[in-house]
Design a protein around this ligand. Sequence first.
Ligand SMILES: [Zn+2]
Length: 197
Amino acid sequence: MISELLDGNAAFGKNEFNTHLEHYQRIAHQQSPQVLWIGCSDSRVSEDVVTGSKPGTIFVHRNIANIVAFYDVNVAAIVEYAVAHLKIPDIVVCGHTKCGDIAAIEHGVEENYIADWLLIASGAKAKVDRLALERNLTREQKLDLLVEENVRLQIQHLKMFALIKNLHKKSALPRIHGWVYNVDTGKIRVVEDGCPR
Ligand SMILES: [Zn+2]
């Protein structure tokens, strides 16, 4: 597999990079991405590929279950760099269907660190447990709803960052969008449109 990656890079250089040399020279000088993407580490959800974006468009943070954790200096530093230095106007929190990590939240997980990490999304599970009972949802419907509610919960976390709260006192930027990518269809569904409320 590793040699295939290097072969792929050679093909990228020959085809994509050389064909759009002006673009790559411009971003080599300075990046000016317009979107911060907070997504799942899942290999099926490559933000550049599924949105048809070239390198230089999206600033990226991906982790297990696209979580925004309060005590995570990593995500906080990325958000700060994105909005304070790069002046990125739009943040996308993107979950996806058939997320193994979301299934682990639903069914419980044994591994120590993964269990600790997924606790941050447990508020979404409590809400979905209640809704699933009320609406008599199937297991699949419940997991889809949990993916969506986890995106909403992580957006709430993001909006509670002091940095974001202070920016939102002055303007509607950064807009925060919630999306769900469907791994069966390749399509993105908007669950939060980024309008301030
Ligand atoms: Zn996932």
